[in-house]
Design a protein. Sequence first.
Length: 71
Amino acid sequence: MAEFYRKKKKMCQMCANKTVDYKNVPVILKYISEKGKILPRRATGTCAKHQREVAIQVKRARYMALIPFVK
């Protein structure tokens, strides 16, 4: 019976008109693990295009000292 249930595909949040900016720390923290690493696409549910943008924004926030490099 379990073979009939398909896992619902995650929708990319940025494709749904939500942007990630390095100044918006609470949103950035959703894409970072407890140890401070950037979470992969399979964990966040973002598309490839927006995952690259997330990585850039996280690195900018780290450089501007809004979030720590390592926790």
